[in-house]
Design a protein around this ligand. Structure first.
Ligand code: UT7
Length: 330
């Protein structure tokens, strides 16, 4: 028995922040941002809203599409680096807000690879026969941990995310076929949030030093991301005897258009197979892959070979190979 994605949902807030808007905050330009990253604009949530709200909106869409109730959900997993609170888990808050009273829930923190980690975890609960309906969310309100005076990071990130429903399938031709996940914690020095954890709790000093925001050494992270995302994508292709021609779509973490292009090249994919929405949303961390699903779902057909790939803080990275399980709604 395999796990298959049987419905998807996605959400971004209304408020658009363009590159021109950021030109007013830091020394940057629309031209620099577009040519270095591919990003034109990103969405930013209002104060008083949180990551759980992204998940709730996405889950509502799934319940309608599959015509099921929240009570039928067995498990909710939320991948995020911007939980509503340090504890309890955002998953607990999402299950309360959606009325998923029979679900247990927890969070996974694997930064930009979080959705792939959560998808793998959720699919195992289906494969072993324990659960019938698992919701996997990937969502981040990155604006809550961005210093809008730091041009190295504020141009990259945005808010948003989505969710998928996993259900068991007896149909051998569809479902989550394989995944390769990796981590190397020695990469943490290049991408992290300095304060707010048990190592350095919040204090006046940490606030004054802006240590509750993302710190990234972009060039180093870029080098690791290009190599590792391409390598792991090639590894999953080889392990499943897939050529570039066999693959219908690449859904890669949207961190930088140049990283996605390098991965697609290594996979020998034509441009029309590489799904891109970074220009609209920027990097939404755990949210990028479910947001690709919700934007491009109507293109997918039952049996399509899709490769998911991600790289992020940790370092964490990985690739998942799946065969799409349903035809678009007509
Ligand atoms: O999703 C999680 C994983 N994260 C990633 O995968 C991100 C990986 N890294 C990147 O995507 C890229 O490294 C960035 C987009 C962050 C930066 O692009 P880059 O081509 O690596 O630029 P750089 O950091 O090497 O900076 C080049 C120049 C520097 O100036 P000098 O030293 O050459 O005079 C920077 O100070 O560009 C400058 N710069 C900027 N200029 C205008 C850096 N940020 C900006 C900016 N606007 N926003």
């Amino acid at each position: 028995m395999r796990a298959a994605i049987t419905a998807v949902g996605g959400y971004v807030p209304e408020r658009v922040v363009t590159n021109k808007d950021l030109e007013k905050l830091v020394d940057t330009s629309d031209e620099w941002i577009q040519s270095r990253t591919g990003i034109k604009e990103r969405r930013i949530m209002e104060d008083g809203t949180a990551t759980s709200d992204i998940c709730v909106e996405a889950i509502k869409q799934i319940l309608v599409k599959r015509n099921i109730t929240a009570e039928e959900i067995d498990l909710i997993i939320v991948a995020t680096v911007t939980p509503d609170l340090v504890f309890p888990a955002t998953g607990n808050i999402v299950s309360d807000k959606t009325g998923a009273i029979n679900a247990w829930s927890f969070d996974i923190g694997a930064a930009c690879s979080g959705f792939l980690y959560a998808l793998e975890t959720g699919s195992k609960f289906i494969e072993c026969g324990k659960h019938k309906k698992v919701i996997v969310c990937g969502a981040d309100k990155m604006s809550s941990i961005i210093n809008y005076e730091d041009r190295n990071t504020c141009i990259i990130f945005g808010d948003g995310g989505g969710a998928v429903l996993l259900e068991p399938t007896e149909d051998d031709s569809v479902g989550i076929m394989d995944s390769i996940l990796k981590s190397d914690g020695s990469g943490r020095e290049f991408l992290h949030q300095k304060a707010g954890g048990s190592l350095k709790p919040a204090s006046h000093e940490t606030i004054d030093a802006r240590e509750h925001a993302v710190f990234q050494e972009g060039k180093t992270v870029f080098k690791f991301a290009v190599t590792n995302m391409a390598d792991v994508s090639r590894e999953i292709m080889d392990r499943n005897n897939l050529s570039g021609e066999d693959i219908d779509y690449l859904c890669a973490h949207q961190a930088n258009l140049r990283i996605i292009d390098a991965t697609a090249k290594r996979m020998e994919l034509d441009d029309d197979k590489v799904l891109i929405n970074i220009q609209k949303y920027g990097n939404t961390t755990a949210g990028t892959i479910p947001l690709l699903f919700s934007d491009f779902e109507k293109r997918f057909k039952k049996g399509d070979n899709i490769v998911l790939a991600a790289f992020g803080g940790g370092f964490t990275w990985g690739a998942t190979y799946l065969k799409w399980a349903y035809n678009p709604e007509t």
